[in-house]
Design a binder for this molecule. Structure first.
Ligand code: ZN
Length: 181
């Protein structure tokens, strides 16, 4: 097994893995843009995470976020609430083919995900963003995010993650020379 860090690790810092199913239907979401992040565990607030983990695994989460001060938790919960609102707006926007609005919300959602350190599947999220840019005719940004997606997904693939489907989709859509430039 290989472990890939999604950010710098401080000296002496504990390394943890997530027990949440963040985007369990990611493969499907990518293929069908409209099913984007249709999971229920995405962006849960502290109380919801605590209840779910207690229920499923029988432990009380003592991670840095769950044990931080009330003010920080409140801010995090607010961002997560926003993330879920944006996800729903994006889903509705895509359903009615409103790509410019969906793109705007998607960018906001990714920004908040990064702030909340909801890193898993970032590569797939970048790929969705690339496709949205392509749909609204912004080819420079489309390529930029396709390259980012490809780099990110390859990194996870090296760690043994199942990324073949999305990687193949990107390679089919964009020539390798452009992806790696
Ligand atoms: Zn926690």
């Amino acid at each position: 097994m290989a472990v890939i860090a999604t950010r710098d690790i401080e000296m002496g810092e504990e390394i943890s893995v997530s027990c949440m199913h963040i985007i369990p239907h990611c493969q499907k979401c990518i293929v069908q843009l409209t099913n984007l992040a249709s999971d229920i565990e995405f962006g849960l607030k502290r109380e919801e995470r605590q209840a779910l983990l207690k229920n499923r695994w029988g432990f009380t989460c003592m991670c840095a976020l769950c044990t931080s001060d009330a003010e920080k938790i409140k801010e995090s919960d607010k961002r997560r609430e926003l993330i879920r609102q944006l996800r729903d707006k994006i889903r509705q926007g895509l359903d009615r083919d409103d790509f410019p609005s969906s793109l705007k919300w998607y960018r906001q959602m990714i920004k908040l995900c990064l702030k909340e350190r909801l890193f898993p599947q970032l590569g797939e999220q970048y790929w969705v963003l690339a496709k949205l840019y392509s749909t609204v005719g912004e080819s420079t940004n489309a390529l930029k995010y396709a390259q980012l997606a490809y780099k990110e997904l390859k990194r996870y693939q090296k760690a043994g993650e199942e990324m073949d489907g999305v990687i193949a989709e990107i390679e089919e859509a964009i020539p390798l020379s452009e992806l790696q430039s």
